[in-house]
Each structure stands twice: as structure tokens, then as C-alpha cells.
Ligand binder design. Sequence first.
Ligand code: AMP
Length: 283
Amino acid sequence: MKIFHKTSDIQNYLNVLKKEGKTIGFTPTMGALHEGHLSLVNESNNACDISVCSIFVNPTQFNNEGDLVNYPRKEKEDIQKLESVNCNILFLPSVEEIYPQENEKYHPPLKGKIVEVLEGEFRPGHFKGMMQVVERFLRIIEPDKIFMGLKDFQQYLLVDKMSKALELSVEVVGVATKRESDGLAMSSRNLRLKTDERKKVVAIFQALSMVKDKVNQLSINELEEKGLEYIKEKIGNKPEYFAIVDADTLLKPTEKTKKLIALTAVFVGDVRLIDNLILNEYF
Ligand code: AMP
């Protein structure tokens, strides 16, 4: 695997490959890699000639300084894991490389409810920073496809809508959530759960599965109420949200809604977990 730290170096290398007609798949990450991340690289390997992964802990998307400082950094292990799945290129830039101008102004191309609801409501500023860094990476790497985990569904949707709004010629591919055997969505945050907490958090996937089972029997409000109550009872903490929305707008479903999704975020101790499940394709 080739490792680059400088934008100009990776661009020069990719330009040669692009001239040879090779297609480029790109997986952006913040490191501390697990099987979920590696499944994105596997999808990229299957769909493209060359797979590029980036590891960059993006300071502009943290709304909490402590979170940024404490974010796990495991460069050595990450490199081994990427090599084990035959990733071709790793981009490991410094903060100065990505943000050469201090205090630069950034105006996100997407605004409105889709950015403000759900994660947008509880993590103010997070999506602005996320879009800033993903746009920057897309302009540096200019991949044919970018691979985004559906675990972070709102993030996937925003990157898809952002790349269309900016007319970037990239296909945004959503990759299914990798789960532990009990259904818990894989996340680097799971390692911070205490033993008793780890046992309880299966309730998140159970609640999502329960509303999926009952989607044709109950109203949206009743389903949301059931999901909230189930998680509150099993985990002992009320979720920040348990919402059932149109998977294209993230707003309350209407008669035009084609795809319904349930999304939730809950604190377990000081660990914040998110998950979601598509409920049906044709409502
Ligand atoms: P992160 O490093 O947490 O920013 O995640 C990098 C990418 O991996 C994002 O597109 C995430 O949605 C994706 N990802 C994280 N966890 C999973 C998972 N369990 N299954 C699939 N993709 C995931």
C-alpha cells in the first residue's frame, strides 16, 4: 500500500493511474478502523480498479474539544488492517495540509431542515465541518466513486445531495451497516462501553427491528413512541431521538414518501451511539 501525506504527491500518483484508464474508489475515515470501515474498502475493491482510503481526524466537525482530543488514533494498526484488505493507497494528511489558511470562511452548499434535524439538532456544526472536509477530499482525489457507511445515514444522504449540488462527478455509494452477532452496529465507540452497558445496547437494534416488524400495524407516532419506550426501559436512558422519517427528506412521511427509515441516538453512560434501519422501500 502506498502512503501519502501531501496533496500534490497523491494527486501526481493518481493522475498517472487515471491516464491509464483506472477507476478510483475513495473511502474517507477518521481512523481507529474496524470491520465496518474495512467493508467499505472491500466494496471499493469490488467496484473500482484502485482503492484509496483516507485517515483524517477532522477538527472542524467536532462540536466538543474534549471529543477531538480523546478521539482514538491507531495509525499503526490501521495501516495493517488496510493492508490486510488490499487497499492500494492511504492518504494521511496533516491538518495544515487540508486547511492551509487559518480561520478560513466556509459556506456549506446545503442548508435547511435536512442539515438541521436529527444529528444536526444534537451536534450543531458537525455537518458543516463534515461537508467541508468531504468536499475538500473529493476535490483533491476526484474519485469515480465515494463509499459511505449507511450507519451514518444522514451523513451519507448529505454527501450524496452535496455532490449533486456542487455538480461533482462522483457516485456516492451507501454501504450496508456491519453489525456484531447480536445486531449492535460496529463502531469504534463500542470499545468504550462497560461490560453491563455492552449487554444492554443490543436494545437499540431490537427497538429498530421491532418498529420494522410493526410498520404496517401502527401509526408513525405510535411506532416512535414504542421505540423510545423500549430503549428507555432496556438502557435506562431516553434516546435523544427515535424518529421515523422519509429517507429522502428526513422529514415526517407524506403520501409521496417511498422509503421510510427509523433513526435513533442514545447516550449509554458517556458513550453516544447512533443506528438506523430502513423500514420499507415502498410505503
Ligand atoms: P468514521 O471513521 O467513523 O468517520 O467512519 C468512516 C466511514 O465508515 C463512514 O462512512 C461511516 O459511515 C462508515 N462506518 C462506520 N461504522 C460502520 C459500520 N458499522 N458499517 C458500515 N460502515 C460504517
